[in-house]
Design a protein around this ligand. Structure first.
Ligand code: IPD
Ligand code: CA
Ligand code: CA
Length: 269
């Protein structure tokens, strides 16, 4: 399948970082690990992967800006383009040898995400999308699931942990979701949660307290796969508010309603 020149640059960067992560996965017990906050790990593997991605992207587009989870903001001479990168999404999974993690790269042009990829090197699944050109998994076109019945739906969510996020609200939302859906999943990599909604594996997904690098590429995948994604108020301030509700039109609407109701009655949990 022919990808655009810019997508090929992003794919090459992600695959190079992916090879480094696979090597580190084999050595995970020897990896240097440090804490960025309560239960928020970062490893030498995260830094190595980000250095590789940044170097590859800078080789092809030296003037573009860069926002990376580990290295922060790097201004570019070209103020209209910015890379948004999570070099290793699912660090806690990675540290436990759980093969569910990804490299996520998005390209923002004048504030709009125009290209995005999410790559899981453990199973070599490459999710790509370009604005107006659809979404693909390993070169096969993907679409969100068409399921309309909540009691047949499998939904993923984030699970805040102690010291991060509103546990009481989360419990109320999970309590409500358990009443409605066929299954609830917590996989531990937000970029893959969105990519799996785009691929129709998950019917919907919601999470709060996310950073732009957790969301940017996955949002474009969901929308180019025919899905809907908003913030918890149903608006488009997803990156700014760090929250997302995603799914096909019915699942998105029903999940948003369910979450709003749960927020009104958190005491029941
Ligand atoms: C984390 C994962 C996790 C989500 C956290 C993120 P990281 O990213 O996406 O699923 O619940 O909020 O911070 O730290 O592994 O890149
Ligand atoms: Ca992340
Ligand atoms: Ca990360």
């Amino acid at each position: 399948m022919m990808h655009s020149a810019i997508l090929n640059v992003m794919i090459k960067a992600a695959q190079r970082a992916g090879r480094s992560l696979k090597r580190d996965l084999g050595e995970v017990e020897h990896l240097q690990v440090s804490l960025k906050g309560p239960r928020n790990f970062v490893t030498a593997a995260d830094h190595r992967a980000e250095d590789i991605v940044r170097a590859e992207l800078a080789k092809a587009r030296p003037d573009y800006g860069f926002l990376g989870e580990e290295g922060g903001v790097r201004e570019g001479a070209d103020k209209t383009h910015r890379w948004i990168v999570d070099p290793l999404d699912g660090t806690t999974n990675f540290l436990h040898g759980i093969p569910h993690f990804a490299v996520s790269i998005a390209l923002e042009r004048n504030g709009t995400i125009v290209a995005g990829i999410v790559y899981n090197p453990a199973n070599d699944e490459l999710f790509v999308a370009e604005r107006g050109k659809g979404a693909f998994l390993n070169d096969r076109r993907i679409r969100v699931a068409a399921r309309q019945r909540l009691d047949e739906a499998v939904v993923a969510c984030g699970l805040p942990h102690h010291g991060r996020g509103d546990l009481k609200l989360a419990h109320a939302e999970i309590f409500a979701a358990q009443q409605s859906f066929a299954g609830l999943r917590r996989y531990g990599a937000a970029t893959l949660d969105l990519a799996w909604v785009a691929a129709g594996r998950l019917d919907a997904y919601w999470e709060r307290d996310l950073a732009p690098w957790d969301l940017a590429a996955g949002l474009l995948l969901v929308r180019e796969a025919g899905g809907f994604a908003t913030d918890m108020a149903g608006g488009d301030a997803i990156l700014a508010r760090g929250e997302v509700v995603a799914g096909n039109d019915t699942m998105h609407r029903e999940l948003l309603r369910l979450l709003k109701d749960a927020a009104k009655a958190p005491t029941q949990a």
